[in-house]
Design a binder for this molecule. Structure first.
Ligand code: ATP
Length: 285
């Protein structure tokens, strides 16, 4: 039996850090949505009990460090599944980019294995399992547009944004999410206007959404990695309706209402950044 499933990338329309918790995690408030840039996960039942992984299009581990492996191993353990699975990951989402590629792959694997191992789990149950793998996995299980709170694992669905183009540019460097959080001074943050962003989504007000884009981690990453600040400046110079860094970076995305403008921005950025994508928002579940 086989199953093929798409694993789209996410962006944060807003990301606010409220406080550091005693368990070491940060309490966050994030408005997230999906973009039409996806990995593909192909699952094939194995005749033995093994979990095997093959990756094309990107360099990620094929052993238990891969979040996809962790997703399969978790289901196998929890539901005492004797069957094995071969997982082929076709990477399209830039790696270590702030686009939750690994989390989305893990979420797609949970959903695909639920089918081919006939587990009969609900989406809510898959999201709870996803939280054991990573904070962004529950959102990726639901997809669409959502408010994520707690350490990111509590999900409340939101209306999707109006149709818009997204131009993503990833500078050729990796950012350590842990380091960004360590450098963050929570007492001196500029906070996001989360409620206003949610209202803008409810009104499908694209102009307000672009104005309200905010990421509390951006300042730290921009200061630590000038290349990211440079990309952001270039996007602003070339013209976009809104610009923000996604997650802990380094990807910077632009929201653009018009396709012709998105194309122009894409072409301008290609001149000095190799990893650029112009895609649509896919905020619906
Ligand atoms: P986030 O936005 O959730 O912080 P990210 O987009 O910054 O995620 P990922 O692309 O998910 O980062 O990868 C982060 C790390 O996870 C890398 O070190 C990578 O090797 C590892 N990883 C494990 N499994 C995967 C996977 N299936 N795809 C990509 N990276 C993976």
């Amino acid at each position: 039996m086989k199953c093929s499933i798409k694993a789209p990338a996410k962006i944060n329309l807003s990301l606010d850090v409220l406080r550091k918790r005693t368990d070491g995690y940060h309490e966050v408030e994030m408005v997230m949505t999906m973009v039409d840039l996806a990995d593909r996960i192909d699952l094939t039942l194995r005749s033995d009990a093994r979990i095997s992984i093959e990756v094309s299009g990107g360099a990620v581990p094929t052993d238990k460090r891969n979040l996809v492996y962790q997703a399969a191993a978790l289901l196998k353990r929890r539901y005492r599944i004797s069957a094995g699975v071969h997982i082929h990951i076709t990477k399209q989402i830039p790696i270590s980019a702030g686009l939750a590629g690994g989390s989305s792959d893990a979420a797609a694997t949970l959903k695909g294995l639920n089918k081919i191992w006939a587990l009969g789990l609900t989406i809510d149950e898959l999201a709870v399992l996803g939280a054991e793998i990573g904070s962004d996995v529950p959102f990726c299980v639901y997809g669409g547009t959502a408010l994520a709170t707690g350490r990111g694992e509590h999900i409340e669905q939101l209306p999707s944004p109006p149709p818009m183009w997204v131009v993503l540019a990833k500078p050729a460097l990796s950012v350590s999410t842990a380091e960004v959080y360590n450098r963050l001074d929570v007492s001196a943050l500029r906070h996001a206007q989360t409620t206003a962003m949610i209202d803008a989504l409810k009104r499908k007000d694209g102009v307000a959404i672009c104005h309200l884009l905010h990421n509390s981690l951006e300042e730290v990453t921009l200061e630590r990695y000038p290349e990211v600040a440079h990309i952001k400046e270039q996007i602003q110079k070339f013209g976009a309706d809104g610009v923000l860094m996604s997650g802990s970076g380094p990807t910077v995305f632009a929201l653009v209402h018009k396709k012709s403008r998105a194309k122009r921005l894409y072409n301008s950025l290609r001149g000095f950044c190799k990893d650029v994508h112009a895609v649509r928002l896919i905020g619906d579940r």
